[in-house]
Design a protein around this ligand. Structure first.
Ligand code: ACO
Length: 333
């Protein structure tokens, strides 16, 4: 058995910056409400007419990660792509990456675990590397939310939170068992699927049925924000503790926690609970909003680029989201 480790990171966000004041021009909201409840100041939304999509942004982030890792498209053995906003109902974005990056006919899978998508994707890649089946795996998280949001006052409780973007990591084999990914932890609780959901179009309720019922807006995301918040803070904490206990580590050993950027208030709650300093937790939701599967790889990239993660640091990734799903990754950098 091998360990796996991250050897390259990259991110891409669209140029179009949307401020809270911009949103207040199209719906009944304001900067103070959004900042107070979520910490978000701006987000990126793909501009009309742009060719960016989840797959296109994912490819852009992947090219940067691969260049930094010093690998070419011929070195990658497998693609794992996490998104809830794929370009097509099917096929998935993973196969688009194989084509866009002119890779050999390697395998590609899509992971559909929403805000926990990148953690599930890293865990999946880690298993393939552990067994020796693959050596280098490209892991991408990307989301094109803005086209699917209800940008009216009716949808303000959800639409102000989400942003577009992509992040990518190259994982490779690590022979030293004390380095790289030490363990990953995955959970789900499907009984709460309807608490954060885009219900349609589904095969059970396909497009013609929706068109016949103009009042049916189940194609917009629905979120029971308070319920999600309460569950998120509990599950984030549990799954971080699970990762530490599995490796006989205490919370004092954490050098850097990268929480999924769901809401700054959730991150701050977790930070307080673990008694971590501002230097031990990385947040950039203020700039990008919640980019779901892309939030951890974008944050991880920025933390690494700015020197906040150093060799031998203990880095913890943790996420919670729709499903419900939650999970963590603990690694020695
Ligand atoms: N601007 C102004 N007012 C708003 C807005 C807005 N954008 N959105 C909702 N409101 C109003 C509501 O209509 C309501 O008005 P009312 O009292 O007259 O009925 C009032 O503000 C309070 O609404 P709540 O939904 O109760 O506000 P809450 O304090 O719960 O904050 C929020 C909402 C920010 C969504 C919060 O519940 C939350 O953070 N939940 C966690 C969910 C989360 O982080 N989701 C991210 C995605 S999921 C994930 O990544 C895990």
């Amino acid at each position: 058995m091998y360990n796996s480790k991250i050897i390259g990171l990259g991110h891409y966000v669209p140029d179009n910056v949307v401020t809270n004041d911009d949103l207040s021009k199209i719906m009944d909201t304001d900067d103070a409400w959004i900042q107070e409840r979520t910490g978000i100041k701006t987000r990126r939304w793909i501009a009309e007419g742009s060719e960016d999509t989840s797959a296109v942004m994912g490819a852009k982030a992947a090219r940067i990660a691969m260049e930094r890792a010093g690998v070419t498209n011929k070195d990658i053995d497998f693609i794992v792509f996490a998104t809830l906003s794929p370009d097509y109902y099917f096929p998935g974005c993973g196969v688009q990456i194989q084509e866009m990056l002119e890779m050999d006919t390697i395998g590609a899978i899509d992971i559909r675990n929403q805000c926990t998508g990148f953690v599930y994707a890293i865990s999946t890649a880690d298993q393939f590397i552990k067994t020796g089946m693959y050596k280098n795996i490209l892991v991408i998280g990307a989301e094109f939310h803005s086209n699917g949001l209800d940008k009216t006052t009716r949808g303000r409780g959800v639409s102000v939170i989400f942003g577009d973007g992509a992040g990518a990591a190259v994982l490779t084999r690590e022979e030293d068992p004390t380095k790289g990914i030490l363990s990953t932890h995955l959970h789900s609780e499907g009984k709460y699927a309807d608490k954060l959901i885009v219900e349609s179009p589904s095969i059970a309720k396909w497009v013609p049925e929706l068109m016949d019922n103009p009042e049916d807006i189940s194609y917009f995301p629905y979120m029971d924000g308070t319920f999600v918040f309460k569950n998120a803070v509990v599950r984030f904490s549990e799954v971080i503790i699970e990762a530490l206990e599995k490796n006989n580590l205490s919370k004092d050993a954490i050098d850097m926690l990268i929480p999924h950027q769901a809401n700054l208030r959730i991150s701050q709650f977790v930070q307080r609970k673990f008694g971590l300093s501002d230097d031990q937790v990385f947040n950039n939701i203020q700039k990008y909003g919640n980019t779901t599967a892309a939030s951890i790889p974008i944050a991880l990239t920025e933390a690494w680029e700015t020197g906040k993660i150093k060799d031998n640091d203990l880095v913890v990734l943790a996420a919670f989201g729709s499903g419900f799903t939650w999970g963590s990754v603990i690694m020695r950098w």
